[in-house]
Design a protein around this ligand. Structure first.
Ligand SMILES: [Zn+2]
Ligand SMILES: [Zn+2]
Length: 192
């Protein structure tokens, strides 16, 4: 199970999006020898994670759910992908959140989730642009997975830059900077 990133659909999600993401992640992580697999079955989105007043899902509650679900299966890394708006703590919305592994023990399993809802142009009443959307999904996925490998936010021209807005996501590259890239490489080498 080492070196495998599993993609998990949470709630209803177009399979085509996950298939495309798998392909893009495979390419993005090829130098890190991580392989990407799709978990066939969907995990349902539970009403208990929904905030009726905000009309959003609580990202932390969804993440906890995923964590429990995958713990039994002993997956190495799991990225949950959902198409409902999420928030976290005092943040009005988030594109994703990750469970950062404790200290140096990165070999334990870890999970992250992303929401693709705010990555579509149509969310902002603009006409949809599919290649832009797919690039945003990929960037958010790489960023959150980066956290699950112990990477922190980075001020370089790097995928690990913090995104406070969609413009931030669009401005940052879809790659790790040299420093983050070396950290990740060092970690994956230790897995062997
Ligand atoms: Zn982050
Ligand atoms: Zn970096």
């Amino acid at each position: 199970m080492k070196n495998i990133v599993h993609l998990q659909r949470i709630g209803e999600l177009d399979l085509a999006i996950i298939l495309k993401l798998k392909k893009n992640l495979q390419w993005a992580f090829k130098e890190f020898s991580l392989s990407i697999k799709i978990i066939e079955e969907e995990i349902p989105l539970e009403d208990s994670s929904y905030n009726q007043i905000r009309h959003q899902y609580d990202a932390s509650l969804v993440l906890r759910k995923i964590k429990n679900y995958v713990k039994e299966k002993q997956y190495f890394r799991v990225l949950g992908v959902m198409d409902k708006d999420i928030y976290s703590g005092f943040l009005n919305f988030v594109f994703g959140i990750a469970l950062k592994p404790f200290r140096v023990d990165l070999k334990v399993s870890s999970v992250a989730i992303i929401s693709i809802t705010r990555l579509r142009e149509s969310f902002y009443r603009r006409s949809d642009d599919n290649s832009l959307f797919e690039l945003r999904v990929l960037k958010e996925a790489i960023h959150e997975l980066g956290h699950t490998f112990g990477l922190e936010h980075c001020n370089n021209f790097c995928i690990m830059q913090f995104s406070n807005s969609l413009a931030d996501t669009d401005e940052k590259p879809s790659q790790f900077c040299d420093i983050c890239s070396k950290r990740l490489l060092k970690f994956v080498k230790k897995l062997k």
